[in-house]
Each structure stands twice: as C-alpha cells, then as structure tokens.
Design a protein around this ligand. Structure first.
Ligand code: AMP
Length: 215
C-alpha cells in the first residue's frame, strides 16, 4: 500500500491519514511534521524553512525531494506508507515517478475554501502523535489536552486567517494541478486507483468510505 493523500490544507489529510495508517499498519509520512520538527529543533533545515512556513509558502522542490527520498528509504516504509503533504507540486510528483515509487492509491479529500477557513482557525494538534482536534467539531475530552497522553495541545503558527488564505492560494495554484495529473496517471496505469471523497462529512463516514475503497 503506497498511498498519496491529496487535498487543500485542512481537508482532513492528517486525521484520515492517521486513521488509515493505524488500519493498514504502515507509517503516515507528513512532510509538514518533518519540517515542523526541524524548526522546533532549530537545526540547519529548520532555519532554512521557518520563515517560508510561517508565511504559508512552499519549501523549494530540491529540498523537499531530498527529504522525501531519505524518508522513503527507511526500514518502516518497506511494506508501504501514506504520504500526507507530498507531493505538492508537479515537479515533486514527477520525482516519485522517476524513482519508480509504485503508488497504489491516490486519495483526494475535497473541501471548499470557506470550510477550510472555518476548520483551521479552530484546529489544535498533539505534536507527539499528530492527532488533530477542533475546538467545536472534534474537541478533546479536556480542553487543551490530548485524549490519549494528557499532554498539552498546540495551535500551529500558520493557522491564522491571513496565512490560511495564502496557503489556500498556494494550494489552488501549485498543488491542485496534481488532481488532473493523478487522474490521468491512474487512467493510464490500471494498478493505481484514484479515490475522491467529499471531505464535508463526519470523520467516521469519510474513514469508512476510504477504507472500503482501499480494502
Ligand atoms: P502541512 O503540515 O502539510 O500543511 O505543511 C505545512 C507547511 O510545510 C506548508 O505550508 C509548506 O510551507 C511546508 N511543506 C510541507 N510539505 C511540503 C512540500 N511537499 N513541498 C513544499 N512545502 C511543503
């Protein structure tokens, strides 16, 4: 199972990716999480990408390509993986193709811009696990704390309205072309399946639809 999750920021890629990863026993690889960890550590990569991420831009392709190549070589990817946030440009998708990464499914989660704004402005994350909550739609049992570990939840610095609008604009211009790219790709490759789900349903209902297609 080598799965790509496509969708605007806030579509639910992190939430659905985590549920699907647990179901399939494969890692969910979030390039955003990798970059945030580097920013948190303050290493060279973190220093390079911090400002770009804070203003909602895309980290340059050569850097992202190097990061993903290294990550996919790790032992835990041997039996598959779920990519959340990569590829984000056609150039990044082309690298997966050139490297013969045999994708099995492309799952697109569809949401509109108004929904994204509503969701991201109330989003809280548990940094250790990637679990995602929303203060209105999916609140933790105790406000501000992770349900499983009880550790504090954080809000992402790029989840502010102005930055969300910028990320949406970047998504429509640079990432959304991948919808057509992968639809064509899956039509030409019968081993690859394209799944499109409406992201404006309950978390459980979206999960059931995805699992039904992937199983
Ligand atoms: P995410 O957590 O997927 O929303 O990613 C957060 C931020 O990390 C994005 O707004 C970008 O600045 C950066 N980023 C993550 N993945 C990529 C990628 N594949 N290409 C370029 N930038 C990325």
């Amino acid at each position: 199972m080598r799965i790509i999750l496509l969708g605007a920021p806030g579509a639910g890629k992190g939430t659905q990716g985590k549920l699907l990863a647990d179901h399939l026993h494969v890692p969910k690889i979030s390039t955003g999480d990798i970059l945030r960890a580097a920013v948190h550590t303050g290493n060279e990569l973190g220093q390079q990408v911090k400002a770009i991420m804070e203003r909602g831009g895309l980290v340059p392709d050569p850097l992202m390509i190097q990061i993903i190549k290294e990550r996919l070589q790790k032992e835990d990817c041997r039996h598959g993986f779920i990519l959340d946030g990569f590829p984000r440009t056609v150039a990044q998708a082309e690298v997966l193709r050139q490297e013969d990464v045999a994708i099995t499914h492309v799952i697109e989660i569809v949401v509109d811009d108004a929904e994204v704004l509503k969701r991201l402005s109330g989003r809280w994350t548990h940094p250790g696990s990637g679990r995602v909550y929303h203060q209105l739609y999916n609140p933790p049992r105790v406000a501000g704390l992770d349900d499983v570990t009880g550790e504090p939840l954080v809000q992402r610095p790029d989840d502010q309205e102005e930055t969300i609008r910028k990320r949406l604009q970047v998504y429509r211009q640079q990432t959304e072309p991948l919808v057509a790219y992968y639809k064509k790709f899956t039509q030409e490759n019968s081993a690859v399946h394209y799944v499109s789900v409406d992201g404006c349903q309950s978390i459980e209902s979206i999960q059931q639809k995805i699992v039904a297609k992937v199983d």
